[in-house]
Design a protein around this ligand. Structure first.
Ligand code: ZN
Length: 271
């Protein structure tokens, strides 16, 4: 499933090709995604220039002077830049054709992705307006985690995965950040000291930055005709390594379920 680093990599992969370009036509082959694709998207976007390609949480925002196109990759979605004239495959649901003859093609086998239009400022859209801060921007910090967690009895892992607290910390990254910070994933969020939250915030940032840097090696795949934009495999310390030795102390890693998500940790290194 594309996580924040993949979405950011996608943004960096497609932006140089479509920023400043004008939409000539939109072809919708399959409007039934997670929510119906607006029927009149072609009329809305035709002749409009893409002013910027931005990201908020896991949404890509294509800004025009009339409003914003919201794209979400769901479970299996991907975007590719291709030359006009290439035959569409079974799961190539939408083509955005630009004036310079390139196509932004949306592919999504499982159709949990979304393509929506909003004419109000994107940050006021119902899907975006209640989201917490971006983990890689300055308004996210250990102080914020500390402040929001007081009196919270939930497990710290569930707390940092709550998008009202901070966006983009998916299950893999939550496991890895807690290991790096030495915090037990089941510890009550409200009982963790400020200094530990400061370390955790640093670790979250570091892990996401690493993943984005790794994704950078896949950027050319966005214009690769045969391949699909890669969802890159990161070097992981704990996630998917239940029973294997802890990279730090060699004890076997343990697994529990928290909020119904696989949670792997070291019982010695994480307290
Ligand atoms: Zn350990």
């Amino acid at each position: 499933m594309p996580e924040l680093p993949e979405v950011e990599t996608t943004r960096r992969g497609i932006a140089p090709y479509i920023e400043g370009q004008t939409v000539r036509r939109v072809i919708i082959r399959q409007p039934r995604l997670r929510w119906p694709v607006p029927e009149n998207l072609d009329q809305i976007l035709k002749g409009r220039r893409i002013q910027a390609v931005c990201r908020r949480a896991k949404y890509l925002l294509l800004a025009t002077d009339a409003g914003t196109l919201l794209l979400h990759l769901g479970m299996s979605g991907s975007l590719r830049i291709i030359a006009n004239g290439q035959t569409a495959g079974k799961h190539d649901h939408i083509d955005f054709i630009f004036d310079d003859n390139i196509i932004l093609r949306f592919n999504d086998p499982r159709r949990f992705g979304a393509v929506l239009w909003t004419s109000v400022p994107a940050e006021q859209h119902p899907l975006l307006k209640n989201l917490g801060p971006e983990p890689l921007l300055a308004d996210f910090s250990g102080e914020l985690l500390y402040k929001l967690s007081r009196n919270k009895k939930m497990a710290v892992k569930s707390f940092i995965m709550d998008s009202h607290i901070v966006v983009g910390v998916g299950n893999i990254y939550a496991n890895e950040a807690l290991f790096m910070a030495g915090i037990h994933p089941a510890r009550q969020a409200g009982k963790i000291a400020l200094s530990r939250y400061q370390k955790l915030a640093d670790c979250i940032r570091m892990i996401l930055h690493q993943a984005i840097a790794q994704g950078g090696t896949t950027l050319r795949d966005f214009v690769n005709e045969a391949g699909k934009p890669g969802y890159f495999q990161q070097q992981l310390n704990v996630y998917g390594r239940t029973g294997l030795p802890c990279p730090r102390c060699r004890q076997a890693l343990k697994e529990i379920r928290l909020s119904n998500r696989s949670t792997v940790f070291c019982g010695d290194c994480q307290r």
